[in-house]
Design a binder for this molecule. Sequence first.
Ligand code: TMP
Length: 205
Amino acid sequence: MDGKFIVIEGLDGSGKTTQLKALAGNLRALGRRVEETAEPTAGATGGLIRDALSGFTPRTGTEIAALFMADRVAHNVNPVNGIAKLLSQGVDVVCDRYYYSSLAYQGVVSDPEWVYHINVDCPEIRKPDLCVFLDLDDEACLRRMGSRPTREIYENENTLLAVRKRYFDAFARLEGRDRIRIIDADRPPEKVAADIFAAVREILE
Ligand code: TMP
């Protein structure tokens, strides 16, 4: 049987990394094989993206959207450790960010319609079995932003609030197509982890 493909999404600072590890641990405790992964990837295109996000190589929003899409295709089809390969071997793949991030972040800095089509309609970009969105409301978002140094071009208040709105626009558009669960991330990590695991168990049954 194929593994499950689960994506964790959220704004910077929403606790994705912690929750991804907790979820992977919970799945392994059930005896499942799990691979943890992330976008942008550690591959060549992922490197170009990081240079753009840090401001080292200035690029337009549209260039960055195209790079994310190319990185995502490679992430899916890599014959050694790509998402499709792992799932076909029965391994669960848990991924920190996926096309929902492009719809949200690049939707703000490029044409959202085009960003939607190059991702959602791309034959080599697989639809996840579940997307969990770790939500922080505007206030919690700003609170967490205040305590973090700015590292990347999108890490400022105005952009993040616009990105959060775009996430919800994308989720509304994908309703009935993608399985998306929105979880309040402004709570103790154990509570968030329990809710994520409950949502994941529904797709294991
Ligand atoms: P990270 O901080 O979770 O590693 O993600 C790096 C940044 O990349 C984060 O600010 C969100 C951004 N991003 C996009 O803008 N579009 C995408 O498609 C992805 C996957 C990430």
